[in-house]
Design a protein around this ligand. Structure first.
Ligand SMILES: N=C(N)NC/C=C/[C@H]1O[C@@H](n2cnc3c(N)ncnc32)[C@H](O)[C@@H]1O
Length: 436
């Protein structure tokens, strides 16, 4: 999984100047005025570039920009900004070099293998379906070190497991298969699951594809393409379904660390820095946030449900969910926390379903949870309700990224109004890029 840091470490940006004003549409486009100096960080396509203006990043139309300082108008005219389509500096919208490069090292595999909840859940799926896996054809999509494939060979007797891995880790995965005497059953194929050729359809497509906030990295797209190409009629998807859960929460410690800190550091008043702190620390979601059950202001609810048999790639562009939370205890509403749960249906009809829940009432996982901080905390009281919508909008250019937009109303019933008619105390909306 990419971290924000890796994203921000792109090559030195190119200085460009705005030829004319532009008013951005959508939450991910920058507005600017003629003559503004923009820093172009990437050119994912010939039409839209990823640029920065006064600390804020977004998409800008390439045709509105020119290189070279303002005032060199005449010289610029004949030059125009040459942006040919096969310009090698156009970054891959999937960032595959960086993505598969990061999975070619052990760091992320160690993190995933060290996650007992995650790894034991997959082992439990194999163990509890071992009889039905006999003589089955299995595909392990994005097998990494091959742990799931090795579980299949060790705990069951499938006829073959195609362990597909795009990164250079595949060479080591082959060695691990041999080292553990599983080469009779496990065949490692190096390549992207969407591109490799299998000799046959598969009965079971198993993959551990879930990213932060369920979809980040959008590896799920590869799983759906492989399903449509290789899963036989009536075959089984593991996970079979996925759900994104959400809860309004307190985040006192995080808020104190990043925002309240500026009120009186060493007896001084640093509050003029608080707008910067909000921009820097609360604009993007906080990955790997561990929420305590006591931080939850209400019962969580599933806001998005994905059926892995019917989900289509085009559905991933924009996924909407609704929520209505009843505040159970008074506290400070700092933000929302999200996590996911996946289910693995049994190969036997009526057999037990295995669940992997990454929420605050389960054993922590390496994903932990994802925290979305409001710009300003709001006090809420038992009996209030928080209702609204969540929209996951996939980035049209950077295909592993998305923006999460939350809209919420806080309704409080007050004695003054007759028959407890709820009146809206506050309304809010905020978009969180993840990461672009
Ligand atoms: N984020 C979570 N949970 N898991 C990430 C797990 C990613 C693993 O799956 C591989 N992978 C990802 N996408 C593909 C693909 N399309 N074809 C083949 N291998 C792939 C990566 O190289 C990692 O080893």
């Amino acid at each position: 999984m990419q971290t924000e840091k890796e994203d921000e470490d792109d090559a030195s940006p190119e200085e460009c100047f705005a030829r004319s004003d532009f008013t951005g549409g959508g939450s991910d486009q920058l507005s600017f005025s003629s003559g503004d100096k923009l820093l172009v960080h990437a050119k994912p396509s010939s039409d839209w570039w990823w640029a920065e203006l006064r600390g804020v990043r977004g998409y800008v139309p390439a045709s509105y920009l020119r290189t070279g300082a303002a005032g060199e108008e005449e010289q610029e005219e004949e030059e125009e900004v040459e942006v040919d389509d096969d310009d090698t500096s156009l970054e891959d919208p999937w960032q595959d070099e960086e993505y598969f490069g990061s999975y070619g090292t052990l760091r992320l595999h160690l993190e995933m293998l060290s996650d007992k909840s995650r790894t034991e859940a997959y082992r439990q799926v194999i163990r509890s379906n071992s009889a039905s896996l006999r003589n089955k054809v299995v595909m392990d999509l994005g097998c990494g070190t091959g742990i799931i494939s090795l579980f299949c060979a060790q705990l069951a007797q499938p006829s073959v497991v195609y362990a597909v891995e795009a990164s250079s880790m595949a060479d080591y995965t082959r060695q691990l298969v041999k080292q553990n005497e599983c080469e009779e059953v496990v065949t490692v194929l190096q390549g992207r699951a969407e591109e490799i050729e299998l000799p046959e359809q598969v009965d079971v497509l198993v993959s551990e594809w879930m990213g932060n906030c369920l979809l980040f990295e959008f590896m799920v797209e590869s799983v759906l393409l492989a399903r449509d190409r290789w899963l036989r009629e009536g075959g089984v998807m593991w996970p079979s379904s996925a759900a994104l859960a959400l809860v309004p929460c307190q985040a006192d410690t995080y808020y104190a660390e990043k925002m309240a800190f500026w009120e009186r550091p060493y007896g001084l008043d640093f509050t003029p820095l608080q707008p910067l702190a909000q921009q820097e620390f609360f604009t993007k979601p906080k990955f790997s946030h561990l929420i305590e059950p006591s931080d939850c202001l209400s019962a969580p609810c599933d806001v998005i449900y994905l059926d892995m048999y019917t989900l289509q790639v085009k559905d991933l562009e924009e996924i909407k969910g609704q929520f209505h939370f009843c505040v159970e205890k008074s506290g400070v509403f700092h933000g929302f926390t999200a996590w996911f749960t996946v289910h693995f249906e049994s190969l036997e009809t009526g057999g037990a379903t295995v669940e992997l829940n990454t929420g605050p009432n389960s054993e922590p996982t390496h994903w932990k949870q994802t925290l979305f901080m409001l710009d300003r905390p709001v006090s809420v009281y038992a009996g209030d309700s928080i209702s609204g919508t969540i929209v996951l909008r996939r980035n049209p250019v950077w295909r592993r990224h998305m923006t999460v937009t939350l809209h919420w109303n806080i309704n409080s019933t007050t004695e003054e109004t007759d028959n407890c008619q709820a009146n809206i105390k506050s309304v809010g909306t905020k978009s969180f890029p993840m990461w672009r």
